[in-house]
Design a protein around this ligand. Sequence first.
Ligand code: UFG
Length: 324
Amino acid sequence: MPVLVVGGAGYIGSHAAHTLKRKGHEPIIYDNLSTGHAALAEGFELVVGDITDSAKLASVLQRVDAVMHFAAHAYVGESVVDPRKYFHNNVLGGVALLHAVLDSKVRKFIFSSTCAVYGMPAKLPITEDTPRMPVNPYGATKLAFEHALEAYGAAYGLRYVSFRYFNAAGADESGKVGEMHSPETHLIPSAFEAIHGERPALEIFGEDYPTPDGTCVRDYIHVNDLAEAHVLGLEYLDCGSSTAMNLGTGRGNSVREVISTIERITGREVPKHMGPRRAGDPAELVADPSRAEKLLKWKATRSLEQIVSTAWDWATRQVPQPPH
Ligand code: UFG
């Protein structure tokens, strides 16, 4: 199926494009390259455009049967200090994209949502019926878009899946695509930067959480497990329904556990020091992924070790080599 991968030159979008191609689909990448990288779109048709450019979108939408939307800003901390940027791109821009889709023949839409829509849930693991009460502007913008999809689905027959990701991590096994954020804030690539001397040390954000070892617990899911769920999501839309689904493993790992896995897999010590809590970090976020497992016949299959080893392989390829 021809699929428009909006934000396909970014981290998760580029993995979705590769997985779509491997499964016999025909992805076209649409990206404004503001945070995406043309290098991550190599081997694909890349249309450089903004999600607010309705004329450009109209012409490319004629050529596809479905849209996957990954084009969003996604830093929780930045969204607190610059919410305008987040509401502008994730809500205004996102709704402009949605209107371009409604004005086309395309009725299948897959949205890259987040567990940040739940905020600080009272009960774990988190099911899709957990009240959506985001605690930061990033989560609020993703929830606003989910609301638009729900209303448009009911009114205009748009079929959609909102995939609520837990902690996406790892890289494609081919070594061709991986995480390339600037600045980098995520735990695993930040630890690699510390190993490579690109930052003095990894700061551990708090050790006084009510968790077994005092550090935060997250559900780390390999980006290709996410990508495979997206491809199955396209088939799910053929059944005529729309829904939201958590994408996680159902297993939590603490920051300390992730660091010791990194040290074991890489054989290198992570330079690190203890710091205070980061504002807005819940103690523990773990998915109940049973809805996606049931509806998509999908399961996250890659381990934390595979997440770390693929991410390490990618990160070491990005480090400039000294001249011989
Ligand atoms: N952490 C550190 N030091 C760092 C970076 C992270 O200790 O330098 C810790 C964080 O406190 C957190 C865990 O490692 O406990 C994971 O942090 P990340 O920044 O890698 O990921 P987040 O859990 O903050 O973010 C993810 C997604 C967001 C989403 C959020 C919802 O990337 O898109 O979960 O909580 F909004």
